[in-house]
Ligand binder design. Sequence first.
Ligand code: PMP
Length: 386
Amino acid sequence: MPARRVQQFSESIIREMTRLSLRYGGINLSQGFPDFPAPEAVKEAAARAIREDANQYTVTWGLPELRAAVAEKVRAFNGIAADPDREVTITCGAAEALLAALLSCVETGDEVVIIEPFFESYVPDVLIAGGTPVFVPLRGPAMRWDADELRQAFSRRTRAIVVNTPHNPAGRVLTRDELGQIAELCRAHDAIAITDEIYEHIVYDGREHVSLATLPGMAERTITISGFSKTFSVTGWRLGWAVAPAPLSDGLRKVHDYATVCAPRPLQQAALAALALPPSYYDALRADYTHRRDLVRAELEGAGFRCTKPEGAYYVLADFSAIRDVPDRAFVEWMAAEVGVIGVPGSAFYHHKELGERLVRFAFPKRDETLHEAGARLRRLAAVVT
Ligand code: PMP
């Protein structure tokens, strides 16, 4: 039997859905990865690094030049001051940084606050670390938490909160006011904030991404996590970072050291080329994603779904109750088998499963043709059913 710590959770439903799409050969809008190319300059830098034999381990915390570049990036974009030698760690994706953060902060029995819906790693990460997740739901079409529910989630046992903005899957970009509520509770309960800002550059309609670490009293208690996967369309490179004050970085680095030794060397070198891209790259990224967001919503609503309007990130939560009266899992399996479009059952993102049982999450980092074809298939089928 596997150890109890891994019996507490099941394997990723998102990756299971990807396997479903391979079986049925459908359009996979389940896992959040682009079906369009990464920037040429970044790919070229990776190829060059391998050819030039930059193929051995780096120092565990990451190439010094890359840590310096990340420190400069978080200073200029996020407003966070970080010493690249002590406070920046290059990890194998934000995913590894999140696990290393929780493993290095959480004692057995500590509580960790998680906003639901949530990115599915958070719960297993907390459980592996020996912690107990405490859930605070986003409610209603506006996807806001109730301030009292958030307050009640914090207690003497609270060690940390995981904060994801821009949010997967809800599409929320947390406001300064919302982040202020979290900051106040962290200060009052001496809790650590672990932020997941992997979608920091994908925001819509002129919204501002705010890093929790920049709020008063938060720099010393926040681990800020982000990475290259989403901003540069290289999810398979497994390259991210954690920025945290030295005492928190020291703990996280120990886990990172023994878990992975270092992130892939040639890709770290290529990541320097990514961070050197001009501001126009980020403007185009936002404009292209705004177009995709509007396109996917139009396609889904044309097929009878009711959709969230994402403020950031690249997912839409779509309510299918007007199309079929079945649970979310059955709906997704039916779509896979009959329609050839795959999404993720909404309840996968909830502890309180009933909150997601009429929802499907669709990922839209896809070419126009892919989104049009998904829409056409869904409309044909909706026409048959209704
Ligand atoms: N956090 C969120 C909210 C995500 O959506 C994802 C990827 N889907 C990750 C973290 C993982 O990012 P990475 O590829 O850097 O591990």
